[in-house]
Design a protein. Structure first.
Length: 258
């Protein structure tokens, strides 16, 4: 699964990669968590467009979000058939910009899981380019007409690079396939589903980091410093914060990215 991720590239760099016309301004985030607003790219009138959505998909047919489990991830093996995702897979596919994500590795012996940061492998200049998660989105409408756009990250089996850390990973969409994934009007879901596969083994690199990432309130560049180089934590967090699902809000409440 993917339960936390990072978006640190400049708004200009993200805009250049995804080609949308809007010019949003947002700060770097090092610990994006479920229920928070996230940047999403979708296709409207044949053009890529930027949008803010809450992380945690709510299908349109849900009566009360408070009684429905938070769907932060959509298993790629079942998106064509599972009721919660099949309509979105047919009509509402999206891309979710990211610069990396976190996974937790279980220890061979008892003890807290070890957090790792995963990002694109750095180029010759030492830079790690931003990535595109495959995503699905929905608009949920409340009893009083209020609307909330929500999204989930599509996942698949881990590749060999990550399998020793965790059994799942996000689906990455290469730039040349952006249109194929986004164009729901002209690309059948079964065709788009061909992109749901583990990322190339050479795409990513991963390393252990401080358990400070376990706390949602921690949000700084220190979180992605390798554990071997990070200052010792006097009281490392033993468990991972799990944000509680929030009540659906009106569009006015979604005006700010963070």
């Amino acid at each position: 699964m993917c339960g936390r991720y990072v978006i640190t590239s400049t708004p200009e760099a993200i805009r250049a990669l995804f080609g949308y016309g809007e010019q949003p301004n947002f700060p770097p985030r090092y610990n994006v968590a479920p229920t928070q607003p996230i940047p999403v790219v979708r296709l409207l009138d044949g053009k890529p467009c930027f949008a803010l959505m809450h992380w945690g998909l709510i299908p349109s047919w849900v009566k009360d979000p408070k009684t429905f489990p938070l769907l932060t991830n959509a298993r790629g093996e079942s998106v064509l058939d599972k009721p919660a995702f099949r309509n979105a897979m047919r009509r509402r596919r999206c891309l979710i910009p990211a610069d990396g994500f976190y996974e937790w590795q279980a220890r061979d012996t008892a003890g807290p899981k070890r957090p790792h940061f995963v990002r694109a492998r750095r180029d010759a200049g030492g830079n790690a380019p931003p990535l595109a998660f495959a995503g699905l989105w929905e608009t949920w409408t409340g009893p009083n007409g209020e609307e909330i756009d929500t999204a989930a990250i599509v996942t698949t089996n881990a590749n060999r690079t990550l399998s020793a850390i965790h059994g799942r990973m996000p689906v990455f969409v290469p730039k040349e396939a952006f249109e194929l994934w986004l164009d729901c009007a002209n690309v059948e879901p079964g065709v788009a589903a061909a992109l749901i596969r583990p990322g190339d083994d050479a795409l990513l690199e991963a390393y252990e980091i401080s358990p400070a990432v376990n706390r949602v309130a921690n949000d700084s560049a220190a979180l992605i410093v390798p554990a071997s180089a990070a200052p010792e934590q006097p009281e490392p967090a033993a468990s991972i914060d799990k944000p509680k699902p929030k009540k659906a809000k009106t569009p006015d409440d979604q005006a700010s990215l963070f």
